[in-house]
Design a protein around this ligand. Structure first.
Ligand SMILES: NC(=O)c1ccc[n+]([C@@H]2O[C@H](COP(=O)([O-])OP(=O)(O)OC[C@H]3O[C@@H](n4cnc5c(N)ncnc54)[C@H](OP(=O)(O)O)[C@@H]3O)[C@@H](O)[C@H]2O)c1
Length: 428
């Protein structure tokens, strides 16, 4: 193939400018690897007058990003604006309607509309690629759709929001509380415009729902991801978990169970010595388990101009090479609608509660747990603070339903104060 591949880029922020930079600096290398010249022809963003730190000479400008798709000099549309409605969705649909391939970094768009977009693209004979949408620079989409295509995937796990991992690991390293670290992230520009997307676990849940679809051949179902953020995690939990050999991570887990597809994004304890336990700062890690391959661990930068643009350009290069895969690794019409299963797989849990200083209090807690079928593996009581003492319990494997029933019963007892913290201990 010798024809030029001409790009229209919608969005000139961190990712869009990163893509232009790679195109400028690596033009020769990319041409030698694909046999084609790949050039940016037209761009779009909200503010034409903004200084973007690099020249946009020679690039046509469109005020309306969807208009990029209609241009005769654009073969492929790169959507790097963000948001799951409005301009991003309109632009991708306009590109498909014009018969053009799409590369996007937009996990929110795919989590909410992935199935409909995949059907539309396949009907029109177009491809949608989105390596950058999950775990930034880590080639995890390629690993699942190509490298592991011969495996029945049993579980996908990962730390996929660098900001949350930064906050949790900095809390542990500096002894500062959640609020101080949240403010630090705000100063450093690590948070999304709506911070709840990060700390509420939503951004990471978007990514998990995309990985689930590929791994299990199911339609993306973001609404079925049980999502809990890191805002309730205290320094005390981090320290107590550490005392028992664990670290707390905002961990995504997807697995197909006898009761349906379990997808959860929540703070979990993982062994401190495991690869996930050792993950520091803003780095991402995805762990994939397949029946033939066993376990593989992918680690790398989950955000930033360079890593994200690297992933966007990998998709562009695949398309330039003529590689055309279905959006979620198999034809969209064959993706099944999965039955959602809530924490179907039993696991040990970490439970922290405040025990009131009363005779027989601990025995009463043990009895309530026993009544719900929850058995205790380890227990520790810490020093009293006037009337109450923190108690840590590690349970044997149990279900979240049984644990929630016990927690509800604590509320009606006269020996536990406040709401206990319950975190799943994930076997990694
Ligand atoms: N940043 C990362 O590290 C990273 C990592 C992985 C995935 N992503 C994803 O990549 C996408 C882009 O992220 P980003 O960090 O580059 O965002 P960003 O820095 O906020 O840039 C967004 C760009 O889109 C333009 N834009 C927004 N709404 C528009 C509209 N209605 N019409 C035309 N242009 C519009 C903005 O224009 P103006 O500049 O004129 O305002 C801006 O240039 C998002 O989906 C994000 O989730 C980002």
């Amino acid at each position: 193939m010798t024809t030029e591949l001409r790009l229209g880029i919608a969005g000139l922020g961190t990712v869009g400018m990163g893509v232009l930079r790679i195109l400028r600096e690596q033009a020769g290398l990319i041409e030698s690897r694909t046999g084609r010249r790949i050039t940016a022809r037209a761009v779009s963003a909200r503010n034409r007058d903004k200084d973007r730190g690099a020249p946009l000479d020679g690039l046509a400008w469109e005020d309306d990003p969807a208009a990029l798709a209609a241009r005769d000099d654009v073969d492929l549309v790169i959507e790097v604006m963000g948001g799951h409605e409005g301009a991003a969705r309109d632009t991708v649909l306009a590109a498909i309607a014009a018969g053009k391939d799409v590369v996007t970094a937009n996990k929110a768009l795919l989590a909410h509309h992935g199935h409909a977009l995949a059907l539309a693209a396949e009907n029109a004979g177009c491809v949608i690629r989105y390596e950058a949408a999950v775990a930034g620079g880590i080639p995890v989409i390629k690993a699942l759709t190509e490298g592991l295509a011969a495996n029945r995937i049993t579980r996908v796990m990962g730390v996929m929001n660098g900001t949350c991992n930064y906050i949790l690991t900095r809390m542990e390293a500096t002894g500062q509380g959640y609020n101080a670290l949240f403010d630090e992230c705000e100063r450093l520009g690590y948070l999304e415009a709506d911070p709840n997307l990060d700390v509420g676990g939503i951004d990471a849940a978007h990514k998990l729902s995309i990985l689930s679809a590929i791994a299990f051949g199911t339609r993306v179902d973001f609404d079925a991801v049980e999502t809990e953020g890191i805002t309730a995690i205290t320094l005390e939990d981090i320290r107590r978990a550490g005392d028992m050999g664990y670290r707390i991570k905002l961990l995504g887990v997807a697995q197909m169970t006898g009761r349906g597809l379990e997808q959860r994004m929540s703070p979990c304890l993982v062994p401190a010595h495991s690869p996930l336990g050792q993950l520091e700062g803003g780095t991402n890690m995805v762990v994939i388990e397949g029946d033939a391959v066993g376990q593989i661990v992918l680690q790398g930068p989950g955000a930033g101009a360079g890593p994200t643009a690297s992933a966007v350009m990998a998709d562009v290069i695949d398309i330039a090479r003529g590689i055309r895969l279905p959006t979620f690794g198999q034809p969209a019409t064959t993706l099944r609608e999965a039955r959602p299963a809530r924490a179907a797989v039993a696991a040990p849990y970490y439970l922290r509660l405040m025990l009131l200083d009363k005779p027989g209090a601990l025995a009463k807690v043990a009895r309530i747990l026993g009544d719900e079928g929850v058995s205790i593996d380890r227990m520790r009581q810490y020093g009293h603070d006037n009337t109450a003492a923190p108690v840590l319990i590690v349970t044997h494997k149990t279900t979240r339903t049984a644990l929630d029933a016990a927690i509800a019963a604590f509320g009606n007892s006269d020996v536990v104060s406040g709401t206990p913290v319950a975190l799943r201990i994930e076997a990694v």
